[in-house]
Design a protein around this ligand. Structure first.
Ligand code: PLP
Length: 464
């Protein structure tokens, strides 16, 4: 499988190259040149298999012969042995035909671990084989950073620098990034919001001297390998509930559009998905886009679901690429408009296709709290605020009641204890392996929202 850029001006790459690179050199995102197909029988054969075996079969067509079968099975086994639940991503029944897909049983208690644990192992094997070292720089709204740190801490071939918006992540999130003591891990608190951090990351990728000088690699959700790893749990959950013999729908709490785009990929591969529901908090650019076709940025408003406090939804570009018949020039134009004017308007054709696949709903701060409370009252489940946003959205956009609705539960409630306690009077406890998080010393460098200052810190950090 070859990978092509959404902007049509960068060379096509192998899976390994696309994974190690992150962003394409024309500013676009890498996508597979075609969607691999799983037949009805291929999907039926997934029933009863382990998570790792489903992952093997779903991912294999995307990676081709990057790793031998034996090597890849070993990678998967190492990646998911860090999960606390044997099913890795278990389903919990909520209402009569509503289910929570729990994606937070990994080491940092959020769904980012599902992809990042796998990427850590794949990078390790690929870099050792190539005899290379890379510098991973990431921007995080809270959960990607800690997941990357856990996945790469102590690996020989990588240095990791994580930028997070100073003062805008929860204390648990911050401590998960600032307390690991591996020498190859560096936390940077940037004076700005998440979109600033993400913009600086893109600036670094577009500064080719810097990019080549430090051998920059990205593991943000712009990295194709992340999306790919997330496709797996759409298959495992749908098959548990009767696919391919019956359809299922998904509701996904969305920020950067990486998680729900993986659902779209699963559908393109042949998984019978009825609706994909985009759930946003008050930062609802995607909901507004679906409603009107107008994709316009407003300021980011901090919320109690901070991992979705995003206005520049990077992976949406991958969907646009399909909505515009894979015309790189059209995507370049839209992205130029977004940069220069802060907005673009979808063509009628693209908007129609978007609405054919997706529904959307937004959720206010009050509704998020009320949903945490009502979910606890009715079902005895204490959910994180991001999950609550999705539960609310699913209830609003619930289509055919005969089709199971799978709601993605993206973080453990204990990652956001203040918001959860304020909503339902229960303070969720951290699991035992993290109980001493608040006693560990923190290590972090604060930096202005300034490209050269950040680059300077990275150059120095690598040479330590
Ligand atoms: C990252 C994150 C999201 C949003 O995922 P995207 O892929 O950015 O859409 C939702 N919930 C939690 C807990 C997250 O960490």
């Amino acid at each position: 499988m070859r990978y092509i850029s959404t902007r049509g001006q960068a060379p096509s790459l192998s899976f390994e190259e696309a994974m190690l690179t992150g962003l394409a050199r024309d500013g676009g995102l890498y996508v597979p040149e075609s969607w691999p197909q799983m037949s009805h029988d291929d999907i039926a054969a997934l029933a009863g298999l382990s998570y790792e075996e489903v992952a093997f079969r779903v991912i294999k067509p995307f990676i081709g012969d990057t790793f031998s079968d034996e090597e890849f099975r070993e990678i998967l086994s190492k990646a998911y042995s860090s999960f606390e639940h044997d099913a890795r991503c278990p389903l919990v029944q909520l209402g009569s035909n509503d289910f929570l897909l729990e994606l937070h049983h990994g080491p940092t208690l959020a769904f980012k671990d599902v992809a990042m644990q796998l990427i850590g192992q794949m990078f390790d094997v690929a870099l050792k084989r190539r005899g290379e070292r890379v510098t991973i720089v990431g921007a995080t709204s809270g959960d990607t950073g800690s997941a990357a740190i856990e996945a790469f801490a102590g690996l020989d071939a990588v240095d990791v620098f994580i930028m997070y918006p100073h003062g805008r992540v929860s204390e648990v999130q911050r401590r998960q990034m600032t307390t690991p003591d591996a020498a190859n891990i560096h936390a940077l608190a940037v004076d700005g919001d998440f979109d600033d951090c993400q913009a600086q990351l893109k600036n670094m990728f577009n500064d080719f001297d810097f990019r080549d000088g430090v051998k920059l690699a990205g593991v943000n959700s712009i990295n194709w390998a992340r999306v790919m790893a997330q496709v797996v749990y759409y298959f495992t959950s749908a098959v548990s509930l009767g696919a391919p013999h019956r359809k299922v729908s998904f509701t996904v709490p969305t920020g950067n559009f990486g998680d729900i785009f993986a659902g779209y990929v699963a559908k393109r591969m042949g998984l019978p998905i009825d609706r994909l529901v985009i759930a946003t908090n008050q930062n609802d650019i995607l909901h507004r886009t679906l409603a009107s076709g107008d994709h316009s940025k407003t300021g980011v408003m901090p919320s109690i679901s901070p991992s979705m406090d995003i206005q520049v939804s990077s992976n949406f570009e991958r969907l646009l690429f399909d909505l515009y018949d894979r015309e790189g020039a059209a995507i370049s134009q839209l992205m130029d408009d977004l940069n220069s004017k802060g907005s673009f308007a979808l063509s009628q054709g693209a908007l129609g296709r978007l609405r054919d696949e997706f529904d959307s709903a937004n959720c206010s701060e009050e509704e998020t709290s009320a949903t945490i409370r009502s979910t606890q009252d009715h079902f005895g489940e204490v959910v994180c605020p991001h999950t609550a946003v999705a539960i609310k959205a699913a209830s609003e956009v619930r289509g055919n009641p005969g089709i199971p609705m799978i709601i993605l539960s993206t973080a453990h409630a204990a990652k956001f204890p203040d918001a959860v306690e304020a909503a339902c009077n229960i303070r969720p406890d951290l699991p035992p392996h993290m109980a001493d998080l608040f006693d560990r010393p923190e290590r972090v460098t604060r930096v202005d929202n300034d490209l050269s200052a950040i680059q300077e810190l990275i150059r120095k950090g690598i040479n330590q």
